[in-house]
Design a protein around this ligand. Structure first.
Ligand code: SF4
Ligand code: SF4
Length: 615
């Protein structure tokens, strides 16, 4: 990223990273989570150039607290997380609104309408309302960049944390972004003791709640004059839109301009709403449509304001705009046409001439944990037991799909181990939980301690591939390297498990299918005897990293191939293993060499011994 005033094509998340640098952020933290990951990934890659401190923290609460500490030390800080990550950090968020901040402090919440890569849809603007924290919402990558700087200034001026809310579409859309010069404060952190503000004892907290409310009033006054809010037109029919919905509304109004005149208010400062600005917009309106993604967040505030100010405006919102899922230009067009009472031909969805063929989501070829899941099935069969499989958030959740089908529950980070504590006690079945090592560090350790403290007999298999793989291979505490590329001491899940009091703790290599299967079988015997929880660490580097190392000559992988003479085309290999490197071709199966990591699982599955090592 250049410092000069040029225009670059940027992802929304890259623009946010650039905004942080232009705004003088010195500390940035996150736990990786789609759709927010690229913000801190970009900042990590620029850490040296701009003298930033950047970290992948073990979870969002820790990320929030590290960045907040920087702000308490008068440094500008940013923490970024996906919407569900803010649930994890919310405990600290609510109290941070009371303590206030010193250096500008921005919390980026990247929401995921339509659950593209998440377990739920949630509208995190509501956190602002609940926690007394201002919320702003950009509608383009350019605004995303500029609004980070704006948020840092407002935050520092009013001493409040600020939520910058984006959605998947904005995080991942590319758009032209005009750069501004970078502020390089090079400030040294300084902490001033203020226990009356930072120690949230009840007596202090009661006072600070009132301070938080009054800070919000001051922010509202600033928001009334924000240049990110914009009014166009003077028709008695109006539209209020925020975030990407504004871009969709502009597009729809351009299509309808020959028919009708509509005035539009782009609202970027969504909490607290700028009441004076809204009053000026609403007072001469007959009816107004509020267009926003997910919850009726603006709609409810505007309805309350109309009631309070006795404004007789007909307010529409979620009666005409969908409440669930991602907004589309078509849905917005339909909503606006309907408030105007015009019959219009709806634009069709854009159809691409050539599209990638639809494929079910599947574990990568050679994923070591396809082998682990397969070994679980073999061990359960060998021991002839009925098992329940709680799991967690990560690429291994794909073990839910056939042919593996070894994921029975996935709720949120760490819930698999907590559920196992209960399921092992109440279901009467063998419980085998799986979790990636990054999620283990993020949220599983308290539940693991609970399984010793309130004895529960289940098996926890930590699927360790030495990276937070799903979000793009960010280092995890096992990797031995941090976000800024420093070599650090690896933290091993087996050491943690032993420290939690787990007595059955083994480390296996999932490519060694026999050893993995017999360790799981042994653990089944152990928990059947009621000897306590058992932990197995299945450790093998992510296959994508293995292939990368192989291609660059760092390691040499052994490969497998199918002997066409011996292959009967029965497809048992595909049906049992489901590895995408196995391709049916001309009545037989071939192995796609570029994808194969040589794990050997398909060789085990072939009943005709048609798969063997490449000599
Ligand atoms: S050896 Fe077989 S199962 Fe393993 S990656 Fe190659 S094709 Fe897939
Ligand atoms: S299981 Fe063996 S014989 Fe059957 S299709 Fe696969 S490679 Fe061929």
């Amino acid at each position: 990223m250049d410092d000069s005033q040029e225009v670059l094509l940027m992802l929304g998340n890259e623009a946010i990273a650039r905004g942080a640098i232009e705004g003088g952020v010195q500390v940035a933290t996150a736990y990786p989570g789609t759709p927010s990951t690229e913000i801190v990934e970009t900042l990590a890659s620029l850490a040296k150039d701009y003298d930033l401190y950047v970290e992948w923290s073990v979870n969002e609460k820790v990320a929030f607290e590290v960045a907040l500490a920087a702000s308490y030390c008068e440094l500008r800080a940013l923490t970024a997380m996906k919407h569900v990550g803010l649930n994890v950090a919310s405990d600290t968020l609510f109290t941070a609104a009371y303590t206030g901040v010193r250096g500008g402090f921005v919390v980026v919440s990247a929401d995921d309408p339509n659950c593209h890569s998440s377990q739920n849809e949630q509208d995190n603007r509501i956190y602002g309302l609940h926690a007394y924290v201002p919320v702003i919402e950009p509608s383009s990558p350019q605004e995303a960049k500029d609004m980070v700087t704006y948020a840092l200034d407002i935050s520092e001026h009013h001493k409040v944390p600020i939520i910058l809310r984006t959605t998947t579409r904005l995080s991942h859309v590319r758009g032209p972004v005009k750069l501004n010069p970078v502020r390089r404060p090079k400030k040294v952190g300084s902490f001033i003791k203020a226990p009356e503000r930072l120690v949230c004892l009840p007596a202090n907290a009661r006072r600070m709640r009132l301070e938080a409310i009054s800070r919000l009033k001051n922010v509202e006054e600033t928001f009334n004059h924000s240049s990110f809010n914009l009014v166009k037109g003077s028709s008695r029919i109006g539209v209020i839109a925020c975030g990407l919905a504004y871009a969709y509304a502009v597009e729809a109004l351009e299509r309808l301009q020959d028919h009708h005149n509509v005035s539009i208010l782009k609202l970027s400062t969504v909490y607290p709403i700028p009441r004076k600005l809204l009053n000026d917009f609403l007072k001469d309106k007959e009816k107004v449509l509020i267009i926003e993604e997910l919850e009726p967040f603006i709609e409810l505030q505007v309805k309350a304001l109309c009631h309070e100010l006795n404004l007789e405006v007909e307010i529409h919102g979620k009666d005409l705009i969908p409440l669930a899922g991602e907004l589309t230009p078509q849905a917005v067009f339909k909503g606006i046409a309907s408030i105007l009472g015009v019959k219009v031909e709806l634009p069709k969805n854009i159809e691409l001439k050539s599209q990638a063929p639809p494929r079910p989501p599947i574990l990568c070829a050679g994923c070591p944990h396809r082998n682990t899941f397969y070994a679980i099935k073999l061990a359960v069969r060998k021991k002839n037991v009925e098992a329940i499989y709680p799991s967690d958030i990560g690429c291994y959740t794909l073990g839910y799909y056939p042919p593996l089908e070894v994921v029975d529950t996935t709720l949120c980070m760490g819930a698999g181990v907590g559920l196992s504590c209960g399921l092992a006690k109440f279901s009467g079945k063998i419980v085998i939980a799986t979790v990636g090592e990054s999620t283990f560090f993020h949220a599983c350790i308290p539940a693991l301690i609970n399984s010793v403290f309130n004895p529960s007999n289940f098996i926890l298999i930590v699927l360790d591939n030495s990276f937070t793989a799903m979000t793009g291979h960010q280092p995890s505490p096992v990797t031995g390297m941090n976000a800024m590329g420093q070599k650090v001491k690896p933290v091993l899940p087996e050491d943690i498990a032993k420290a939690c009091g787990i007595e059955f703790c083994k480390v296996v290599d999932p490519y060694d299918l026999d050893a993995t299967t017999s360790s799981i079988a042994e653990a089944i015997d152990y928990i059947k005897r009621g000897l306590g929880p058992a932990v197995i660490i299945a450790r093998r580097e992510c296959s994508l990293i293995l292939l990368r190392k192989h291609r660059s000559g760092i390691i040499k992988l052994i490969r497998r191939r199918v002997d066409p003479e011996l292959c009967k085309g029965c497809l048992a290999c595909i049906k049992l293993v489901g590895c995408p490197a196995l391709i049916p071709r001309s009545g037989k199966v071939v192995i796609e060499e570029e994808m194969c990591s040589g794990c050997g699982l398909c060789e085990r599955a072939c009943p005709h011994k048609a798969i063997g090592l490449v000599e």
